[in-house]
Design a protein around this ligand. Structure first.
Ligand code: NAD
Length: 742
């Protein structure tokens, strides 16, 4: 069987997300709705979506649109029909009846429902239709969320289900978990329970919402939206509908009932249009005061809003669950209460909801972006510690059995849902070196793997040390976190800046340059396999690797100018090097520096490997991979296929026109300043960048080496970091996540 044509019915949030992902996989898809106008609008929304749903906007015409009255014959041409209409059983039943009449024999029909059981969806179908019908539960936004739950029944043709699983892994890049037909399947059953526990415990313990979000967030390896922020993001009204459905479907004995009862404050918010970010606001809201935007947080008791406060939990940056739950204050108490309840609930689902506890963890990692699922949390805490910490804890059969075994570890394999050789799996058998505080080094087969492990994988002196030490062998730089690397650790740089320790900054940047240079020119192959952000310093690691095996969801580029700096880890030099190879550059020596001046000056980024190529952030030899789980094996293949006879690249020579091209760049800056597109400091940063890209005090007859260029980068960086306005930009970005224009 093969899937060459897909019809998606319902062009709302999910239908259009699914259609866009099929389009990303180059599979022709038709999007139908009640009216063509609606699916036409959905197509426009796909093009304008932020973050973008398409990896390549020029492919939009892979999506054809129509309506279910005039164009239903197209359903008869599809190998797979995905139903993603409103969550109403009468509407869905009517549609299935219609599909049954025209569908291609053997085609797959699936529903994207999140709450209706498969047996109810298919109750009116013939056995022939039931055999080919299942639930394919995608998560929003479809391009970015890794999880796809496929729910099947005994009657299903298992080969077809396995084929669909393979197709969705291979083509749509999803982590596919086969689930039983139980309420909320795995992801939402545990994820929504976790959200409700986090909310109800916060209310019970009288924590304010910023406090709860600060704990039920990064310190637990959970996205920083926390609980109340996540509620606002999903939609408070939508969550209320989801809870009603759980209450209807789950037996009264299920402890889900204890945490899913209607909360008066929530009801009140919905009634007053405070449905979250899509409404007037929710638990948080943006308010304008004296012409300035202020983020406000609700007081759970008085219902009043006041400016949101930053909470300092006084713990390290690294996730340490034992430390967190052992804290002798209300935060430790809250963390313990929430984590223990989630672990107990997840354990209660084994084996009836799933026999594989591992799949629950994966569902939480792929569907909710948790770093660790409940069972990995339990492994980290230790079963003995968990059971003995609280004698009030009502342990269940699963936990009791683990406790009685007295085993130090129980977890076993990770990612059993896929046959691919992933980093998660390899880690367990590789020789691991944990001496470095910013990166793990694994020795595996005949190469080394570097995994950065700081917050957002920002880079510091130690990260560079790890890379340098590993460069004695072929190397793959890859990680399991959300981001490959958000760039140089600005907090680390600012700590030196506060002490005016410019020498330390200079030493760090020089170390960065020399390490990356070593990666580029060593006799070993270096493959970087990024997913998520690969910005600034993160991108500088990529550009100095021999190959990049990029996940389709990368965001990459050089953004240093936005914080008042210039790329000085070899990024400016190597971008120039790439653009110097073009035909235009061969005719005009000022072409490459000017082009790179624009790309770096504007802090341009690409949000897919395809978008990265025109900037030369990536080259044709690099790979673009839909399924993140494949990054490691594709990187290994690249090493194996290229290691014999591998020769490092030739050293670059730069012939630049110095003040001649610099004048042209200054002219550009003058124009931007006049048009008020940049302010004084933008001008200053631009000038420093121009100085480096023009080769400094040189002329077209002189030859500059890469080291000369590095020296220019370094000098500009050290000068800029000493400027107050650069430091103001960095501080602003660190505290708000946004750039400051000054
Ligand atoms: P939505 O309200 O955004 O879109 C539903 C679309 O279906 C609308 O465009 C509507 O015009 C169309 N529609 C209604 N009746 C139709 C019919 N008879 N024929 C064709 N089109 C019809 O809904 P959504 O959020 O995209 O949800 C769709 C499905 O996906 C639901 O079953 C929902 O439970 C499920 N789901 C939603 C999410 C989410 O986060 N929104 C996540 C996972 C699953």
């Amino acid at each position: 069987m093969n899937i060459k044509k897909v019809v998606v019915i319902g062009s709302g949030t999910m239908g259009s997300g699914i259609a866009a992902q099929l389009c990303n996989a180059n599979i022709p898809v038709t999007l139908l709705d009640l009216k063509t106008e609606t699916s036409e609008k959905a197509k426009k929304k796909i093009l304008e979506s932020r973050p973008p749903l398409l990896v390549d906007k020029s492919k939009i015409d892979n999506i054809e649109v129509g309506n279910i009255n005039d164009n239903f014959d197209l359903v008869g041409k599809a190998d797979w029909v995905v139903e993603a209409v409103v969550e109403r059983i009468d509407v869905k039943h009517k549609l299935y009846e219609k599909i049954s009449k025209v569908r291609k024999p053997n085609s797959i029909i699936s529903s994207n429902t999140s709450t209706i059981p498969l047996k109810i969806l298919s109750e009116k179908m013939s056995d022939r239709d039931k055999k080919d019908f299942c639930i394919t539960h995608f998560f929003n936004p479809v391009r970015y969320m890794g999880l796809l739950e496929i729910v099947s029944e005994e009657i299903n043709d298992i080969e077809k289900i396995n084929f669909l699983k393979f197709f969705c892994e291979e083509n749509l890049g999803k982590g596919v978990i086969i689930c039983k037909d139980t309420p909320g399947f795995l992801g939402n059953r545990v994820g929504v329970y976790a959200m409700q526990v986090a909310m109800t415990e916060a209310i019970k313990m009288k924590l304010n919402i910023e406090e709860a979000d600060a704990v039920f967030g990064r310190p637990m390896g959970i996205p920083k939206t926390g609980i109340f922020g996540l509620y606002d993001l999903i939609g408070i009204d939508l969550m209320s509908d989801v809870l009603k459905s759980f209450l209807k479907e789950l037996p009264k004995s299920d402890v889900f009932h204890e945490v899913a009862q209607e909360i008066p404050l929530v009801k009140n918010l919905i009634e007053n249009g405070y449905t979250g970010r899509k409404g007037k606001g929710g638990f948080y809201r943006m308010n304008k005061k004296d012409g300035k935007k202020v983020l406000e947080a609700i007081n759970l008791t008085t219902k009043d809003y006041s400016p949101s406060k930053k909470i300092d939990l006084n713990i390290g940056e690294k996730i340490n669950l034992k430390e967190l739950v052992s804290k002798n204050d209300k935060y430790g108490e809250y963390a313990w209460s929430v984590i223990s309840k989630i672990i107990l609930y997840a354990s209660s689902l084994v084996p009836n909801v799933t026999k594989d506890y591992n799949n629950i963890d994966e569902a939480m990692r792929l569907g909710f972006n948790w770093t660790k699922g409940p069972f990995e949390m339990l492994e980290e805490l230790g079963v003995k510690f968990f059971v003995e910490k609280d004698n009030q804890l009502k342990t269940n059969k699963f936990i009791k059995e683990l406790y009685d075994k007295k085993a130090k570890t129980f977890y076993g394999q990770r990612q059993i849902y896929t046959n691919l050789e992933t980093l998660g799996k390899v880690k367990q058998s590789a020789k691991i070196n944990k001496d470095n505080k910013s990166a793990f080094t694994y020795e595996y087969k005949d190469y080394k793997i570097i995994e950065f492990n700081t917050k957002a994988n920002t880079l510091d002196y130690d990260s560079m040390d790890a890379l340098k030490k590993a460069s004695d062998k072929n190397m793959i730089i890859i990680n399991e976190g959300m981001q490959f690397s958000a760039g140089v650790n600005l907090n680390y740089v600012m700590d030196f800046a506060k002490e005016k320790n410019w020498k330390a900054i200079e030493k760090f940047i020089h170390h960065f340059q020399m390490t990356c240079k070593q990666l580029k020119y060593s006799n070993n192959i270096v493959v970087s396999a990024p997913s998520g952000l690969a910005l600034g310093g993160g991108f500088e690691v990529l550009i100095q690797s021999d190959y990049v095996v990029a996940h389709t969801n990368i965001v990459t580029g050089l953004v240093e100018t936005l914080v008042g700096l210039i790329p000085a880890g070899g990024g400016t030099t190597n971008m120039l090097c790439r653009w110097m190879q073009t035909q235009e550059a061969k005719k005009d020596s000022d072409f490459a520096p000017q082009k790179v001046f624009d790309i770096i000056g504007y802090g341009k980024t690409a949000s897919s490997p395809i978008e990265a190529i025109p900037f030369k952030f990536l080259l044709e030899k690099d790979k673009s991979i839909m399924n993140r789980n494949k990054l490691l094996s594709v990187s290994q293949d690249l090493i194996n296929n290229n290691k014999d006879g591998y020769k490092p690249p030739k050293k670059a020579i730069f012939k630049l026109s110095g003040s001649q091209v610099r004048e042209k760049m200054f002219q550009t800056l003058e124009n931007l300043f006049r048009e008020k597109k940049i302010l004084e400091h933008g001008m200053e940063v631009g000038k420093k960048l121009a100085f480096v890209l023009s080769g400094g005090n040189t002329n077209i007859d002189k030859e500059l080496s890469e080291d000369d260029m590095y020296a220019l980068e370094l000098e500009a960086f050290v000068q800029l970091i000493q400027m107050e306005k650069t430091q103001a930009r960095i501080k602003h970005t660190l505290s708000t996540g946004k750039p400051l224009v000054n």
